[in-house]
Write a protein that binds this ligand. Structure first.
Ligand code: UDP
Length: 242
């Protein structure tokens, strides 16, 4: 029986198909890369597979640590089966180290290790260019209840604690990352989307000097080259550790 049906959504990096079970979806990871709200585009052969495998491993680690996620199983190296969720249009960014937009918008210097994790929430809306949003604006727009927002923030802080420790063990500094959550059919909040070098900043701790070596999408954003090599290195370190 074929469990891949019609395309229900195509995003910048993934395609989502319906499943025979109405409460499941089939997610196919694409080789496309975009940055700066899709102003910059490229294709990297093998990126979809690497992100799918890395995300699957990370979802498994989170599940073992009692974090509810949409991940169910891998179908093949670039496709996963997940629970169907209704995505909440918020991007929850957690920062351990200052970098990227935080340093463009504030006077905080790049590379500053933050005394405590900073959570920045963005409204997921391409037309508005995903603006930074406040709790009061989220309430004003009725996006989610303040109780659910608190739950999502608590989950993000827990996820950071788990992942920061995990990545440190494989000699990677978890600088920042972006999460998306959604509601399943029973109205439970689950972690959705992906967790990969496309939406995490990971710096190599195996460096003798202080120079930053990014093993993430900054290789594409900043034209550093070696994106596939960097993602493969992360996948290898994860597999060697587990
Ligand atoms: N991020 C993401 N999608 C976005 C914007 C950011 O996955 O649309 C991730 C990004 O990879 C980084 C973190 O969120 O790990 C913080 O990104 P930042 O706000 O610094 O934005 P950027 O510098 O990438 O524009």
């Amino acid at each position: 029986m074929n469990d891949k049906h019609e395309l229900i959504y195509e995003g910048k990096a993934k395609k989502v198909f319906s499943h025979n079970d109405a409460d499941k979806v089939v997610i196919e990871f694409k080789d496309d890369a975009t940055a700066f709200n899709a102003l910059k585009k490229a294709k990297f052969e093998g990126k979809g597979k690497l992100n799918c495998l890395i995300s699957a491993r990370i979802f498994e680690i989170l599940t073992k640590n009692s974090i509810p996620t949409h991940f169910l199983e891998l179908k093949n190296e670039y496709t996963m089966i997940a629970k169907k969720i209704k995505i909440i249009p918020l991007e929850i960014v957690l920062r351990n180290t200052a970098y990227g937009s935080l340093c463009k918008q504030t006077s905080i210097k790049s590379g500053t290790v933050l005394a405590k994790p900073l959570i920045d929430i963005y409204f997921k809306d391409d037309e508005l260019n995903d603006p930074l949003i406040t709790k009061d604006r989220i309430a004003l727009m009725n996006i989610i209840s303040s109780k659910d927002l608190e739950l999502i923030i608590d989950l993000t802080i827990k996820i950071n604690e788990i992942l920061k420790k995990f990545f440190k063990n494989i000699k990677l500094q978890l600088v920042d990352f972006k999460l998306e959550f959604g509601y399943d059919f029973q109205n439970n909040i689950l972690l959705g989307d992906e967790i990969s070098p496309d939406n995490c900043r990971l710096w190599d701790l195996n460096q003798k000097s202080d120079t930053i070596v990014s093993l993430d999408k900054d290789r594409f954003r900043n034209d550093l080259g070696g994106l596939i090599e960097a993602y493969s290195e992360i996948n290898q370190r994860i597999n060697n550790f587990i």
